[in-house]
Write a protein that binds this ligand. Sequence first.
Ligand code: GLC
Length: 513
Amino acid sequence: MSPPWWKSAVVYQVYPRSFAGSGGAIGTLDGIRARLDHLEWLGVDAIWLSPFFRSPMADFGYDVADYCDVDPLFGTLDDFDRLLADAHRRGIRVLIDWVPNHTSDQHPWFVEARASRDSPKRDWYVWRDGSPDQPPNNWAGTFVDGPAWTWDDVTGQWYLHCFLPQQPDLNWANPELVGAMHGVVRFWLERGVDGFRVDVVQCLGKQPGLPDDPPEVVGIPHSALNDCAETHPILRDLRRLFDSFPGERMMVGEVYLLSTARVAKYYGAGDELHLAFNFPPLHAPWDASAWRRRIERVIAELEPIDAWPTWVLSNHDNRRHRSRYGGSEARARAAAVLLLTLRGTPFLYQGEELGLDDAIVPPDRRVDPGGRDGCRAPIPWTGAPDHGWGVDDPWLPWPPDSSSRNVDDLRADDGSILHLYRRLLRARHESAALQSGSLRLLPTPDGAVAWERVADGDRRLVAVNFTDAAVDIGLTGEWVVEVANDGRGEGERATGRLAPDQALLLRGLSSRA
Ligand code: GLC
C-alpha cells in the first residue's frame, strides 16, 4: 500500500485576501483560480486556503458568521466549486480552514444564544455567572489586553472568548453543537475538499470547572495554555467522520502549544489528527545548534509514536522567516533547502517562494488587532504599479522591492529564489528518500547541520551552513550536488566544503538518479 498523499505532499498556504485580486483591493477566489498556473508550475501538491467564509472580518475571516457560505468579498460558492475543480484538474488538492473553537459574535447561533438565558442555543457557547467587575477566572484573552471574558449586559452573564470578544468560544461539551459542527464538516467533504486545516485545536475541550491558570503563567493568553484531556475524544470523533469519506481526506491541526511533546499527543494513537503543526521550529532562531535540537526533538517525540512530522517557517500569523532571520536572501534560500528536505510534510506560505520580506506597514494602514499585517501584504505578480491586481493600492501596502521582486520577474530569471523552490520541489518529487525516507543527523562542525535521508536504494544528504563563514563538513562517500541554494556546482561532485550561508542537497552516487 502506498503511503497517503499528505505524507509526500508539499502544501502551499493561500491567504485569500492577499493572494490575487480580480480588480479590487481584496483578493478573491476567482483571483486564486486565475493564478493556479503559478502553483502548478512551482510544483505544489496541495493548497490550504485560509478562511473565505462569511465574516464581519474582526479577525480577517477567523471570526466566521456562516461556515457554509463564501463571503461576498471573496466571491460565491460557485466560484469555490470552480476553483476546486480547476485545482483538481491540475492534480492540486485543496484544504480549507475550519475554525471550530469559536464563531463570530454575528453568527446566527451566537445571536440566538445571546438573546436569552433560555435560548435553546445558549449552551452552545460558554456562559458563567458573576459580578460585572469580576471575570469568572483569570484566563487572559489573545490579541486583547485583558480577560478572555466579556460581560453581556442583556442577560447578565459572562461569555468566554479565548481570542477577541467578537470570537465567542463554542461549547464542544454540548452534543447538539457537536452535531451541527459535524454537519459543517460533511458539507465541505461532500463538496469534494481534500481536508481541513483545523484552527486552534488545543482549545476545543475545556477542563470542567474552568480552573484558573497557574500564577506563574498569568497574563499568557489562555489559548496557548489550554491542553486538556477533553479535546481528545472530540478529535477521535472527527477522525472517524473524516475516515468515513473515501479518498484519504485529512486534518492538519494548528496545535499552538510550544512543546513538541505536547503537540505529539494530538496525533492520538493514529486516531486523532493526521498531521499537527509543530511551532517550536518556527520560533527557533537561525542557528545551527537551535535547529539541531529542534530536529532531535521531532525525532524523539514523533518517531516512537509513528506520527508524521510537519515543518513550517512562515504563515499569516508570524513575521516572515526571511525578515526574522535578518533579511538576507542567501539565508532565505538556505532555509528553503532546510524546509523542503526534512522528514515530514512541509508547508509553504504564499510569497516565500519569492523570498518576500514583511511589508512595512505605516501606523495609519495597520488593521490587524494582533499586529500581523506585515506578513499579509499582497503578492506582487508583475512589476507594473498595480502588480497584476488591477488596483495600485490594495488593502495593505506592497512588500519591499515589488517592482523587481515579483512573480513575472523572478520567473524570467532562472537563478532566482523562485526557481530554487521549483528545483527543490522537483527534487522531492523524484526522490523516495526525500519524500518518505528515514532521517539521520550527521556529526558536523559548529555552525552547520547535516542529515542523511534514505529509502530503499535512494540516498540524499543535506548540509546547511547557518553562518557567514565557510565550513568543512567532512563528507564520506561520493556525492553529487543536486540542488545548491546559490545554484553553484549543481551536477558536479560535492567537495564537502560549504561556502558562507550555503545549503546543499546532495545525491549519493550509488543512488537512483
Ligand atoms: C489561529 C489563526 C489566527 C487566528 C486565531 C483565532 O491562530 O491562525 O490567524 O487569529 O487562530 O482564530
